[in-house]
Design a protein around this ligand. Structure first.
Ligand code: RIB
Ligand code: CA
Length: 315
């Protein structure tokens, strides 16, 4: 029985790669893909979600959700790494968007339409939509299966400030609300996603451009490699969201530890920081599982196998 999932994402090159793999994996039944602003503005994120789905044209199209800005607007974006359009300048054609429901409504409707606990959510961008869905339907945290979140850090430095990871930093209030919600949460932080670097060698082993997946990846990945080399001197790229999807597909490759975590929403220097009670005798209540280790070689192999098999399936 395929796992019912909702993907919430801010494409973003690593979001787009994760989306390609998820939409074509028979182990997943992607009920909806809901856009959230983050790497790019909300309207562009919505457009990018539709673009990837149109390019992949999966056997069963998921419902689409439209992104809207966080209450306090987006403090930052990811265009320096993801390109002005968020997809490395691929400039995919997109059919005109018909009236799309807001992402938070789509999340609530899809969860309510399925048996309790049967729909899992994978959050690959800021947590704006998740928090809004929980506000819209206060019973939702108890009705979703598990919530996997790409975001935060435990002991690693941040990637958008010294203290904060991008997804949390974009909407700290939303992240705090989600961390404090009674949902079953697993956090995939930079501490583990930074351990995966896809090297230039990947570009020589992508599916042929004539395939749907190959066409997408050949257009969005080279700019990412250039960006990581220019900005970080890195001979490869991180794919935080794709790694997080591997945690859903291959949980056995990750070591999860129950921790007590919260989000800073006031600090001048620490805004968006994820804080964990790691004292010998923690006083905070444990509220989420956190990925502490992963099996790097196997995760990289799973990503490369996923790309190959997705291309074979989509043609
Ligand atoms: O910090 C990494 C996260 O920020 C990823 O989800 C990436 O797509 C960006 O949204
Ligand atoms: Ca993302």
């Amino acid at each position: 029985m395929a796992k019912k999932v909702i993907l919430d994402c801010d494409p973003g090159i690593d979001d787009a790669m994760a989306l390609c793999l998820a939409l074509l994996d028979p182990r997943l039944d992607v009920l909806a893909v809901t856009a959230v602003g983050g790497n790019v503005a909300p309207a562009q994120a919505t457009r990018n979600v539709q673009a990837i789905i149109e390019q992949i044209d999966p056997p069963r199209w998921p419902r689409l959700g439209a992104a809207s800005a966080p209450d306090n607007g987006l403090p930052v974006d990811g265009r320096n790494l993801h390109g002005n359009d968020g997809l490395g300048g691929a400039d995919f054609n997109v059919a005109e968007l018909h009236h799309l429901h807001p992402s938070e409504k789509v999340i609530c409707d899809q969860v309510r339409a399925a048996p309790p606990g049967s729909v899992s959510v994978v959050a690959l961008g800021p947590l704006t939509n998740i928090a809004r869905a929980f506000q819209r339907d206060p019973e939702l945290p108890g009705l979703i299966g598990d919530l996997t979140i790409m975001g935060g850090t435990v002991t690693s430095p941040g990637n958008i400030t010294p203290a904060a990871e991008f997804n949390i930093y974009c909407d700290p209030a939303a992240a705090k609300a989600v961390f404090r919600s009674p949902s079953t949460k697993t956090l995939i932080p930079l501490d583990v996603t930074n351990r995966i670097i896809l090297t230039f060698d990947l570009l020589n082993h992508l599916p042929d451009r004539s395939t749907k997946v190959g066409n997408i990846l050949h257009r969005i990945l080279p700019p990412a490699f250039r960006g990581y080399r220019q900005q970080f001197g890195l001979e490869g790229i991180h794919v935080h969201d794709t790694v997080s999807l591997m945690a859903v597909l291959y949980p056995e490759l990750f070591t999860i530890e129950e921790m007590a975590g919260d989000v800073e929403t006031m600090g001048e220097l620490t805004m968006g920081m994820t804080v964990f009670d790691r004292r010998r005798v923690p006083a905070w209540r444990r509220n989420l599982g956190v990925a502490k280790y992963l099996r790097e070689r196997e995760v990289i192999d799973a990503i490369r196998r996923g790309i190959r098999e997705a291309a074979e399936r989509a043609g």
